[in-house]
Design a binder for this molecule. Structure first.
Ligand code: PLP
Length: 395
């Protein structure tokens, strides 16, 4: 006699998140959920509104992506936006009153810095850009009341780490809503909501979509009041993403776990190469024991150290020119988190909107190169980078 089989265990949150919506179509039993392109939905009489009415306020395809992201981030609600910057706009409009105070990292993404700076110049809010990786600087900044604290860890482009738990506590004591930009890690490496953040923000343009073919964003929350405000403002301002983009991002998201595993393995090999090459004077990656945030990364980034790194070249700008001119596999381009390896020069590309003195204060020098390690065959990638570094060394 065979033993009765055990009921199959409930799939993990990660598996459920990545499988969101599969086999959920009663009409045709399609494995992949269909795209709902319609902008509007018919009422069955004046009292007969269905689940949806107009796609700016709600769309089934966008909702599936939102559900997947909320599951993966251990949140409850998501607003899927047209871009990462739209997600930043949404958080500011939802939580910062006129003349309210924002505290943000001094080395945050250049576009975020620009939005906050421009709004402050217009008198709409005040912003303090603070080195939140320094607990004393964070404590001093948050001894005064604040409305919104933005965290970005690891930071862009220097991979500095902020202790989310500590800064979230200080921020809550200052009366602020804590928004963590989790773009660099994705929910598979780090889950800020579990560490005390109220909101997680993503540029889904990056790892979440992973294929460098959609601009998108998302704001994930866990408090019903926050969720209601975010959904209301997103609809009011018209920030919600379209159905086709949402479909593509959900398609990309399904392979996130597989992609991240290759990103992480390739990054280990690239870090080894850079650490041993004479053309490189400084290397920033949280996996390095000498990195100031290494211990924190081990505790906080539960899924890995990430595939973003930056490094300085001994020969300054001529070396940077020679390095990028001699690459064939890695491309010189903005953005990160795609399947392809990218290098960029933050001072003149991603962070060009920061004035030179602000770049300097944030540690962004002309010799600095940022790399997003892709999922190419590692031997090809290492050979390509070695070729570029050798040329940089001769410049
Ligand atoms: N947050 C971070 C950390 C980013 O790197 C970016 C873009 O590079 C953004 C937000 C803005 O996202 P998007 O380009 O999708 O508007």
């Amino acid at each position: 006699m065979t033993a009765p089989s055990q009921p199959s265990p409930t799939p993990s949150r990660q598996t459920r998140g990545l499988r969101t919506g599969l086999d959920s179509d009663p009409a045709k039993q399609s494995v992949v959920p269909p795209i709902h392109m319609s902008t509007n939905y018919a009422f069955r009489g004046l009292d007969g509104r269905g689940e949806y009415d107009y796609s700016r306020s709600g769309n089934p395809t966008r909702d599936l992506l939102g559900e997947a992201l909320a599951t993966l981030e251990h949140g409850t609600d998501t607003v899927v936006t047209t871009s990462g910057m739209a997600a930043v706009t949404l958080c500011i409009n939802s939580f910062v009153p006129t003349a309210g105070r924002v505290v943000a990292p001094h080395d945050c993404y250049g576009g975020t810095w620009r939005q906050l700076h421009w709004l402050a110049e217009k008198g709409q809010l005040s912003v303090d850009f603070v080195d939140l990786t320094d607990p004393e600087a964070a404590r001093a900044a948050l001894s005064a009341p604040a409305d919104l604290v933005l965290l970005e860890t690891p930071s862009n482009p220097l991979l500095r780490l902020t202790d989310i738990e500590t800064v979230a506590e200080l921020s809550h004591a200052a009366g602020a809503v804590v928004v963590a930009d989790n773009t660099f890690c994705s929910p598979l490496l780090q889950r800020p909501l579990e560490l005390g953040a109220d909101i997680v923000l993503h540029s889904t343009t990056k790892f979440i979509n992973g294929h460098s073919d959609v601009i998108g964003g998302a704001v994930i929350s866990r408090d019903p009041d926050h969720a209601q405000r975010l959904a209301g403002w997103a609809n009011c301002l018209g920030l919600t993403a379209g159905a086709f983009d949402s479909y593509l991002v959900l398609r990309g998201l399904r392979t996130l776990d597989a992609r991240i595993r290759v990103h992480e393995a390739n990054t280990r090999a690239v870090v080894d190469l850079l650490a041993g090459h004479p053309a490189v004077t400084r290397l920033h990656h949280p996996s390095l024991p000498e990195h100031p945030g290494h211990e924190l990364a081990v505790r906080q980034q539960v899924g890995g150290f990430g595939s973003l790194l930056s490094f300085e070249l001994a020969g300054g700008m001529p070396a940077v020119h020679a390095f990028v001119a001699n690459l064939q596999v890695a491309l010189l381009a903005e953005s990160l988190g795609g399947v392809e390896s990218l290098v960029c020069h933050p001072a003149t590309m991603t962070h060009a909107s920061m004035p030179p003195e602000v770049q300097q204060a944030a540690g962004i020098t002309n010799s600095l190169v940022r790399m997003s390690v892709g999922i190419e065959g590692i031997d090809d990638l290492v050979a390509d980078l070695r070729h570029g570094l050798d040329a940089a060394g001769r410049a």
